[in-house]
Design a protein around this ligand. Structure first.
Ligand code: SF4
Length: 731
């Protein structure tokens, strides 16, 4: 038999790159011994087992995966063709899963660090880890009379519903502090909540029915790659595609028209378009009369306050361009707008989204196939959240939980008093890398009695922890995944056994509960035993079954299923606002301190000392701090760069590849320059990512400035990541 097929598990793991490449291309192997390889391959195919899996990494696409396992080893991942959104393909990040599961960099055992940040780690047993954690929890409870000094910081990185067991575990010990909010998208969520009553987008597969599509501040070619098929198909059927973005993205390069707008002025463009639509009576009076509230007031505002000249001046786009865009958008039906998350990461981001939503409303494009104002949805997330909702112990439920703003986490942890925060539990997050004001985050970590991080890989947050617990990948435990973009649900089957000593979060919660109850009976209510598939089953209810047209969640073992209804948002005209109408005038917005209408809120401008806006968008080879640390990504591109326009570069005497220090009053980072006209003259771009073995973090310069909205729907305002001003110098 071919040596490759009889190798031990250990040598397989070491040689996975070569093996996978050989299986994928097989060029040299065929040339050496083609027939014996073919025989071996046929035999291997017979022995393969296929599992259903899902990509859970907080990506629009949440792909359905078919995993191939041979002899207990994950050998291949593919997109599942049964999912008509995934369409049998993954992105480059997804195809790298065999590399992340068997990465030599995975955290293999529980470890304890002697001296936070020292790198002096020693392996400990799970029992030792649980004992130290449980002792600290019980000591804190005794000293402070509650467990409020224990703070959970958990968000994405693994969006399986099973991961909500982490919240359940903390709830099971009693009152605690919890990082609240969401960094990425809250201003837009609030904006759409004021307008529509909630976020709710059309099925993205419906994009093919659009005749006019505006991709407004969104870069699916990098961040929602499967949507590009539907965009291209729409184009093929005659749809005109317009991309609006400060950066000439890969998506924009595929559009019919690219409009390079000044950052944070999207609301001015939308209101300028609304002005043209109003002046030329291109609005849908019938739709407005039937479905909307406050349109007379909105048109009054437009009439009295907005001019095309003003919009042109604000946005940097010629007046005639705005007129053309408005006319085409209003007269080509159905017209669709996809609103990205980047454009709401401003101090006026929520208002800008409201202004864009208003365009869809006044032209009557809402509730229509091919139309709409797409942002996101949570329509398929109606699980029981059984793992999350656990009863608190009788003796530790007097205060209620304490919310700590996730979007200003370091400062709020340090400021928390009566009682202070003394212990952090971090899961599915890498705040030291991804949150603003890295230096403050590090100070907060340094002030803790104990920091516990449950992670897959060593990263800057683990480096600042005392104990790290190795967790399973999505292939090593069951789960269920749905998307905030498409309408598919996928069962995640356990395809391989947990590697090394890795454990699933719910298993960790059960075992820690056992330890706590051994030390102090009744101190933790989380179940101490249970089968993970049973946990999964408890998340389902009659509504979910009916929505997806299944009778039992085990039917998902046959493959992913798509929701059977609700695929065109607001088709029934029943908006979830207080009035039941689309609210151009929103008293709910007013309650949260905003103008009731989608008015323009001035964008933040640079100050004299820091005259350059530094945009920090997502990178194509990562999602937040995931994936870029893997060897395949590293091989494709291992050098983050500062993108800088040739005119700005010339002004600062910077040439291609020169090292550039990017700084402001809170910190700095250094990157080699990429001179490119894809960024505006007065703006630089540095992509947010965590690279293994590189001390690079854009968040050293990003301040925790709140976006205008987010508090209503997510508890905290978002972060104005893109209102970050810096200076640069060649070093
Ligand atoms: S990262 Fe996104 S596009 Fe890539 S495989 Fe995962 S879900 Fe699919």
């Amino acid at each position: 038999m071919d040596k490759k097929l009889t190798c031990s598990r250990r040598s397989f793991i070491k040689g996975t790159a070569a093996t996978t490449i050989a299986l994928g291309t097989a060029g040299s192997l065929f040339s050496i011994n083609q027939s014996s390889f073919k025989t071996a391959l046929a035999q291997e195919i017979q022995e393969n087992k296929i599992f259903q899996n899902a990509c859970p990494r907080n990506c629009y696409d949440t792909c359905s995966i078919l995993s191939t396992v041979k002899d207990g080893i994950l050998t291949k991942v593919d997109g599942n063709p049964d999912n008509t959104y995934t369409r049998g393909r993954l992105c480059v990040k997804g195809y790298s899963y065999t590399r992340s599961v068997y990465s030599p960099d995975r955290i293999k055992y529980p470890m304890k660090q002697k001296g936070r940040g020292s790198g002096n780690w020693e392996r400990i047993s799970w029992d030792e880890a649980y004992s130290e954690i449980a002792e600290t929890i019980l000591r804190i409870k005794k000293e402070y009379g509650s467990t409020l000094p224990i703070c959970l910081n958990k968000y994405s990185g693994n969006f399986s519903i099973m991961q909500y067991g982490i919240e359940g575990m903390l709830a099971s010990i009693g009152d605690h502090s919890i990082a609240t909010g969401t960094p990425c998208w809250p201003a837009g969520i609030d904006a759409q909540t004021f307008d529509f009553g909630t976020i709710y987008n059309n099925d993205p597969e419906d994009i093919v029915n659009s005749k006019y599509l505006i991709l407004w501040g969104v870069n699916p070619a990098w961040c929602a790659v499967h949507s590009m098929y539907f965009i291209q198909e729409a184009k093929r059927r005659g749809c005109k595609v317009v991309a609006i973005d400060p950066i000439l993205t890969q998506t924009a390069s595929k559009a019919d028209v690219f409009l390079q707008i000044k950052p944070s002025t999207d609301g001015a463009l939308a209101l300028g378009m609304a002005k043209y639509i109003f002046d030329n009576q291109l609005y849908d009076a019938q739709w407005l009369a039937r479905n909307a509230r406050g349109y007379e007031e909105f048109f009054g505002y437009i009439k009295n306050n907005i001019t095309l000249e003003w919009a042109a001046d604000k946005t940097g786009l010629p007046k005639e361009t705005i007129e053309t865009l408005a006319r085409e958008y209003a007269t080509t039906k159905p017209a669709n707008i996809w609103i990205g998350y980047g454009m709401q990461r401003h101090t006026n981001g929520g208002q800008n989204v409201r202004a864009i939503d208003a365009l869809a409303a006044i032209t009557g494009n809402i509730g229509k196939s091919g139309g709409g104002a797409q942002y996101a949805h949570l329509e398929t997330w109606g699980f029981n959240y059984h793992a999350m909702v656990q009863e608190k112990p009788q003796d530790n439920r007097a205060h209620g939980n304490r919310a700590i703003n996730m979007n200003n986490f370091g400062a709020e942890v340090l400021a928390a008093d009566n009682p202070p925060i003394k212990m952090l539990w971090i899961a599915c997050r890498n705040p030291v890398s991804q949150d603003p004001e890295t230096s403050v985050i590090k100070k907060a970590f340094a002030a803790m009695d104990l920091v516990v991080t449950a992670e897959l890989f060593m990263n800057p947050t683990v480096e600042m922890s005392d104990i790290v617990l190795p967790v399973t990948t999505t292939f090593e435990n069951p789960g269920v995944n749905v998307s905030y973009w498409h309408y598919w649900m996928t069962l995640n089957q356990q395809a391989v056994k947990p590697l090394y000593e890795a454990k699933n979060d719910i298993t960790i919660a059960m075992e820690l509960s056992k330890k706590l109850n051994e030390m102090q009976p009744g101190s933790c209510t989380f179940p101490t035993a249970g089968d993970l598939y049973e946990w999964a089953g408890k998340e389902f209810n009659a509504n979910i079954y009916s929505q997806f047209g299944i009778n039992d969640w085990k039917e998902l073992e046959k493959g992913p299923v798509k929701a059977k209804r609700g695929l065109i948002a607001w088709q029934d005209g029943r908006f979830r606002t207080p009035s039941g109408k689309y609210e151009l005038w929103s008293e709910e917005a007013q309650k949260f301190g905003h103008h009731p209408l989608p008015v323009y809120v001035e964008e933040v401008k640079p100050s004299g000392k820091y005259p350059i806006r530094c945009l920090t968008p997502h990178w194509k080879l990562n999602i937040h701090s995931q994936f870029q640390n893997l060897d395949w990504m590293d091989n494709i591109d291992n050098t983050p760069r500062l993108e800088i326009h040739p005119k700005l570069a010339a002004q600062y005497g910077i040439a291609h590849n020169d090292n550039v220090k990017v700084y402001n009053e809170i910190g700095y980072f250094i990157l080699p320059a990429r001179i490119t006209e894809t960024v505006p003259v007065e703006t630089v771009a540095a992509y947010t990512a965590w690279y293994k073995n590189r001390n690079y973090n854009v968040n050293y310069t990003v301040k925790a400035i709140p976006a205008d909205m987010g508090k209503k729907a997510t508890g905290m305002p978002g972060i104005a990541f893109h209102d970050n001003f810096v200076n640069i110098e060649k070093i």
